[in-house]
Design a protein around this ligand. Structure first.
Ligand code: CMP
Length: 139
C-alpha cells in the first residue's frame, strides 16, 4: 500500500458545493469555497490502508469527507476521525515527522492538500486555519 497517499491516484475536484458540508469550510464565502476546492484534491482510500505512518515525512494534509479513520500512536488507538475531521496538520505545522499513524477503518474519501500548498491554504482560508490551530493545541 502506498504510504501517505503518495501512490494513490488523485483526481481533480469539480464540485465545490460538497465542501460546504464540512465544518472547517462551512463559513467560507462562495468565492473562498471555490478557491478551497481548487486547492483540495479528492482521494479514495480502501479500508485497512495506512494513510499516514508514524515517524514518516509528511507529504499531505487531509480532510475526511466520508468514512472513518483511526489514529494510532505506537500501535494504540488514540482517536477516531469521521466526516469533517482533518488530520496530518501536526507534522506540517511542526515541520517534523508524523506523530501517529492514521489508518482507514472503512473505505475513506478524503480531501488532500499537498505539503507545499498547506501554508498558502492556511493563509487564504482563515476558517480552516482557525480549526487547524485549535485542534493542534489539543492533539
Ligand atoms: P500528523 O502528526 O501530521 O500525522 C498524524 C496525525 O494524526 C496528526 O498529524 C494529527 O492530525 C492526528 N492525531 C494525532 N494525535 C491525535 C489525537 N490525539 N486525536 C486526534 N488526532 C490526532
Amino acid at each position: 500500500m502506498g504510504r501517505d497517499a503518495r501512490e494513490l491516484s488523485f483526481r481533480p475536484v469539480v464540485d465545490s458545493s460538497r465542501l460546504a458540508q464540512l465544518p472547517c469550510f462551512a463559513e467560507l464565502s462562495d468565492e473562498q469555497r471555490t478557491q478551497a476546492s481548487d486547492l483540495l484534491e479528492e482521494v479514495v482510500v480502501s479500508a485497512g490502508a495506512e494513510v499516514a505512518v508514524q515517524g514518516d515525512f509528511a507529504y499531505h494534509f487531509f480532510v475526511v469527507e466520508d468514512g472513518t479513520a483511526e489514529v494510532r500512536e505506537n500501535g494504540a488507538r488514540v482517536a477516531e476521525l469521521g466526516p469533517g475531521d482533518f488530520f496530518g496538520e501536526l507534522a506540517l505545522l511542526r515541520d517534523g515527522p508524523r506523530s501517529a499513524s492514521v489508518v482507514a477503518a472503512t473505505d475513506l474519501r478524503v480531501r488532500v492538500i499537498p505539503r507545499q500548498e498547506f501554508g498558502r491554504s492556511m493563509r487564504r482560508l482563515p476558517t480552516l486555519a482557525h480549526s487547524v490551530r485549535a485542534a493542534a493545541v489539543t492533539r
